[in-house]
Design a protein around this ligand. Sequence first.
Ligand SMILES: O=C[C@H](O)COP(=O)(O)O
Length: 267
Amino acid sequence: MIGCARKVSRLFDPQSGRTVILPLDHGVGEGMLPGIENIPGLLAMIRDFSVQGVVLNKGPLRTCLSEVPPGLQVVGQLSGGTRHAVPPYARSLVCSTHEAVRLGADMVAVQVNMANDLEDRMLADLGLACDDAHNLGVPILAIIQPKGDRIVNEMDPSLICHCIRLGAELGADLVGVPYSGDAKSFSRTCEAVSPPVLITGGPSRPDFPSFLAMVGQALAAGASGTCVGRNVLQQGDPREALARLVEAVHGEQAAQAPGSGEATPPI
Ligand SMILES: O=C[C@H](O)COP(=O)(O)O
């Protein structure tokens, strides 16, 4: 598994030791989501920033790979589900690890919504995808959140800690979860598991400064970076928002570093 660890390390900026991953995979779930319609345009925009990875579905993987800045890691999204599904938290495997790798992905991602009536299938999908990814020597990012009819508080710290632990227990190389806001339980869990923990964003919030403050608190509590899309790309000025997110994650000098996407030395 040392090969996977080396590939995971390419996702982290050598100076800050953190990562900014930009998901561009919303078209399956949301259709023509404002701010995320033009994937080639967004891939061109991120050349100017210290972004370490992008998440793409298999269609854009096939058609847009040549436009991904050199040095960026490409994460193939294996899960899909639309907001019109019944129930809307359903996710299925819609791409195999083999196909994502064949199309050029450096690693893969699976989404799991836990604590609901479809949990058994989504867990089975995650377990299978972890096995397939590791059989092919590629890392896997598990994006896990509590979501379902019986969930009272999706940010319940014990549920978020459970999501982190769940991803680690099933063998994910990276785990993405929402930040619970409870630094003590979050940091204890980050310390207890082997995979780096990334913060996911969710639907765009109106108050970007408070979103950035949340990211800062999560990083201070042990998060290793972000996997945030809508909260950046749906801001009035996405370039400015991305610059500020990069600054929050990597520090001021990296906020706007032309060509920095190409500077990450491959291992
Ligand atoms: O694959 C990851 C998700 O699409 C995250 O994106 P988001 O930050 O817009 O929730």
